[in-house]
Design a protein around this ligand. Structure first.
Ligand code: PEP
Ligand code: MN
Length: 351
């Protein structure tokens, strides 16, 4: 249910409405817009009725949220949610880039890659510790050893760390080392995992399943948000189509589609989206031009030796080029690229 408050309502009036909503056994989330203040009301569906809410002074309207996802919907919260993780900022007028290797392979290579991406303006470091591999015989990740390297490296370069958690049994462990918990495409609808992750209070990077609709993605975000503790960053990472020239098909339309339906920030991962190095920079440009709040890309200093996803890894020079293009496009859109150093503008983009 959403409550629209009367124009010009005072702060005291708003506090009164919130107190009344709470007395009815419901939770209130206040969104202050430029024109109107709206309150999202959460509680068991059959306990929320509009009549008692309409009786509260200051309430103009009380109406049900029509979308099946409630807390994730734009109706519930009209303004963009901005998720802040140290210098990285996802949502609103910010563009932040998460970069790093597919998998953490060694301490030395992670530091080398982190140094390169930091220099070019990455706002966060990625790297898999637990890898969801199609084959059980492929490299599965270094586990906790990788988490330790990630934490150390993130601190050394002042970059927040994003890494995937694949199993409910590892949520606590990964949460001890990472700043953002990534839920991979294969686990987007692993409801016990996303519920557990949503209880940590850590921001969750929720990747779209390869056969999931935008609505499915938002329903999964709702699972996380309904736990009450974690913020959500959505990630379009390509979906399965009949096209077989690319690993997946990056659904650029998902970016504005999410933004119409939801207040949550959405970023794009062109690396897993297409699987081909030469297509990643153009797709990154398209994603930012479509309004994405950021990117996630895989970078490796020696892709031919990468233990995972070498063919889609950008070289540091490619990444530098991508960041220059992203700065120009972001500026044209009135946005700011948030880097590990703070803001990046077109003027310092070539440095
Ligand atoms: C990843 O980002 O490391 C990954 C495995 O991506 P996805 O879940 O999108 O396949
Ligand atoms: Mn990968």
């Amino acid at each position: 249910m959403i409550i629209v408050l009367k124009p010009g309502i005072t702060e005291e009036g708003i506090r009164h409405v919130v107190a009344r909503v709470n007395e009815l056994g419901l939770e209130a989330m206040v969104s202050r817009g430029t024109q109107r203040t709206i309150i999202g009301v959460i509680g068991e569906e059959d306990r929320i009725r509009s009549e008692p809410l309409l009786a509260i002074p200051g309430v103009e309207q009380a109406m049900p949220v029509l979308a099946p996802y409630k807390m994730a919907s734009r109706e519930f919260r009209p303004e963009d949610t901005v998720v802040r993780v140290r210098n990285a900022q996802f949502g609103g007028d910010s563009v932040s880039v998460i970069a790093g290797p597919c998998a953490v392979e060694s301490r030395e290579s992670l530091f080398e890659i982190a140094e390169a991406v930091k220099r070019s303006g990455a706002a966060a470091l990625r790297g898999g510790a637990f890898k969801p591999r199609t084959s059980p015989y492929s490299f599965q990740g270094l586990g906790e050893e990788a988490l330790k390297y990630l934490k150390e490296c993130g601190e050394a370069f002042d970059l927040p760390v994003v890494t995937e958690v694949m199993d409910t049994r590892h949520v606590e462990l990964v949460g001890r080392y990472a700043d953002v918990l990534q839920i991979g495409a294969r686990n987007m609808q692993n409801f016990s995992l996303i519920t557990e992750a949503g209880r940590t209070g850590k921001p969750i990077l929720l990747k779209r399943g390869m056969s999931a609709t935008v609505k499915d993605l938002l329903m999964s975000a709702e699972y996380v948000l309904s736990q009450g503790d974690s913020a959500v960053i959505l990630c379009e990472r390509g979906i399965k189509t009949f096209e077989d020239g690319t690993r997946n098909t990056v659904d650029i339309s998902a970016v504005p589609a999410v933004q119409v339906a939801s207040h949550l920030p959405v970023i794009v991962d062109p690396s897993h989206g297409c699987g081909r190095r030469e297509l990643i920079v153009p797709l990154a440009r398209a994603a930012v031009a479509a309004g994405a709040s950021g990117l996630m890309v895989e970078v490796h200093t020696c892709p031919e030796k990468a233990l995972c996803d070498g063919p889609q890894a950008l070289l540091p020079a490619d990444f530098e080029e991508m960041m220059r293009h992203v700065a120009v496009i972001a500026e044209a859109m009135g946005k700011t690229v948030q880097t590990g150093q703070g803001k990046r503008s077109k003027e310092n983009a070539s440095r």
